[in-house]
Design a protein around this ligand. Structure first.
Ligand code: ATP
Length: 514
């Protein structure tokens, strides 16, 4: 097919904007389930194009087809004027299409240059790593990536590792780079750095596809936006013609409400008391003398830039692989040897940050994951045998209550979309009706509708009397939900304020260590 400037004209774009990627009637099915339904999409050369949609809307499926990870069941893909089909990601890369995944694919023990060249085929016999280093330095300079080819990847921050992933695509000659929720793992300054890099890439003619749930970021960064819903194409438009509110409506088919005003907290019983808690990991002190308590019916928000000890605090509370000093008491009872089992036995639920690594057993079904913490009890076990019916019924109820988008209730958790996996973790923890809930980044990777739902559920748990430690790097989320706000900086709790006395500026300054 000859791609002309006609499409650009029809879309009100300057004719210099030529389509680089077009899909026609693209379909992807998983069994009877249609994940992408006849998608017609145009992406123009040199633009940053956002793909938005609810969890499970089909964004990753589409991108996996464009980058050669999945083969379409029907429809055509045109790239730079020619019809293409890819047998593998390498085939897509050979014509200039690269993808930066959310979960990095780097080997920490190797250097940046070694990681960049790893897996590339047909290296000439006279290839030297020093040539790769020189080329990486040249690309780094050109696009402002600031990566040192000789550094070991294990020594790099998350933001730097992501830039190594971008480098991998550039080194292989990518002109079209797909980024799957790239900001989900970044701190605010790292997001700014990434945006600078993406602007530099765009200025030099590269095309970026940006998948995100953060509508403010999409507004700040992207030129055009496409919305998918239930596998279908809903709209594509220039960002300047729309706004985050309209995009949220297009994504979920209704208005998004901010959390309702709630009753002020009454001073309930102290559920959790943490005194002089310090923790060490690999001989390094990661928590310094933390003191706080959590009461019945209270949400204590822990604000902070990612990587300031929030994960380590949770791990210390759960006795996960850390040496600690100080005391932890639940309902006045000292926990001498904290462990996940001891804490669970004391009514503590835990929503981990990384559900791939800690949260779920990916090959097992939704139901099996849901009952993982109570499989010995009725109705999930009878006469020491698992009850398939009990497990299936629990899964059906959770799928309905938590709006888990899945083709079937016995679907493996690993095949759910990222946001829906998070809903399974949340359902599992809330089914246990915990007295205390440690919630780490509970809405990370969730669409605006699902995040609204989680916020409502957390507030309902608070009403029930549950004490919630809400750890989030999203200050807006903390300000919307917390009764009191603690700020963590470099492993210390540097401030605790009542929500009524908290303002975003003060907390922002404390988060920056000021
Ligand atoms: N390999 C697979 N087998 C079966 N079903 C799948 C598979 N991959 C995806 N799906 C289903 O296809 C649908 C679309 O998933 P996809 O990952 O594309 O959604 P998404 O829009 O990227 O969601 P999220 O924002 O949560 O990442 C989901 O319902 C998912 O369960």
């Amino acid at each position: 097919m000859a791609i002309t400037a006609q499409a650009a004209k029809e879309n009100g774009l300057p004719q210099t904007k030529m389509p680089i990627m077009e899909t026609r009637g693209l379909v992807k099915r998983f069994g009877a389930f249609i994940a992408n339904d006849s998608l017609n999409l145009t992406i123009y050369k040199g633009e940053i194009h956002a793909i938005l949609g609810e969890n499970g809307a089909g964004k990753s499926t589409l991108m996996n087809m464009l980058s050669g990870l999945l083969t379409p069941d029907e429809g055509d893909i045109f790239y730079d004027g020619s019809q293409v089909s890819f047998a593998s990601p390498r085939a897509a890369m050979e014509i200039g299409i690269g993808m930066v995944h959310q979960h990095f694919m780097l080997v920490p023990a190797l250097t940046v240059a070694e990681n960049v060249v790893l897996g590339m085929k047909r290296r000439t016999p006279w290839f030297r790593l020093s040539q790769a280093c020189a080329e990486i330095e040249r690309l780094s300079e050109r696009f402002g990536l600031d990566v040192d080819p000789r550094k070991r990847v294990g020594e790099l921050s998350v933001g730097q590792q992501q830039r190594v992933e971008i480098m991998k695509t550039l080194y292989r000659g990518a002109d079209f780079i797909i980024m799957d929720e790239p900001t989900a793992v970044l701190t605010p300054p790292e997001v700014e750095d990434l945006f600078r890099v993406l602007h530099a890439l765009r200025e030099q003619g590269k095309t970026i596809v940006f998948i995100s749930h953060k509508l403010q970021e999409v507004e700040a960064l992207c030129d055009r936006v496409t919305v998918l819903r239930l596998g279908k194409h809903i709209a594509s438009m220039p960002m300047r013609d729309t706004n985050p509110g309209e995009l949220a409506r297009l994504m979920v088919g209704r208005d998004i409400q901010p959390p309702a005003d709630r009753k002020p907290r009454e001073d309930g019983e102290k559920l959790l008391e943490v005194a002089n808690l310090s923790a060490w990991q690999n001989g390094v002190q990661v928590i310094h003398d933390a003191n706080f308590d959590l009461r019945e019916g209270e949400i204590l928000g822990i604000a902070g830039v990612d990587g300031n000890g929030q994960r380590e605090l949770c791990e210390a509370l759960l006795g996960l692989g850390t040496k600690h000093a100080g005391s932890i008491a639940v309902r006045g009872r000292m926990i001498k040897q904290p462990s996940p089992k001891a804490m669970m036995g004391s009514g503590v639920g835990y929503i981990p940050e990384d559900r791939h690594r800690e949260g779920l057993m990916l090959p097992m079904s939704i139901g099996e994951n849901l009952i993982a913490k109570q499989y010995r009890q009725a109705p999930f076990s009878r006469y020491r045998m698992l009850s398939r019916k009990g497990i299936r019924d629990a899964a059906s109820r959770a799928v309905q209550a938590f709006d888990i988008r899945t083709p079937a209730v016995d679907h493996p958790a690993g095949k759910l979309s990222g946001g829906n996996q998070q809903k399974v973790v949340l359902a599992r923890e809330l089914m246990l009706r915990p007295d205390i809930l440690l919630a780490m980044q509970p809405t990370r990777g969730m669409d605006v509708g699902a995040a609204e739902y989680v916020h409502r559920r957390l507030l309902e748990e608070r009403e029930r009397g549950c004490g919630i430690l809400l750890i989030s790097t999203e200050l807006e989320e903390i300000l919307a939900l917390a009764d009191r706000i603690a700020v963590m900086y470099k492993g210390r709790i540097v401030d605790i304020v009542d929500r009524a006395d908290a303002d975003a500026e003060r907390i922002g300054l404390r988060m920056a260590g000021l």
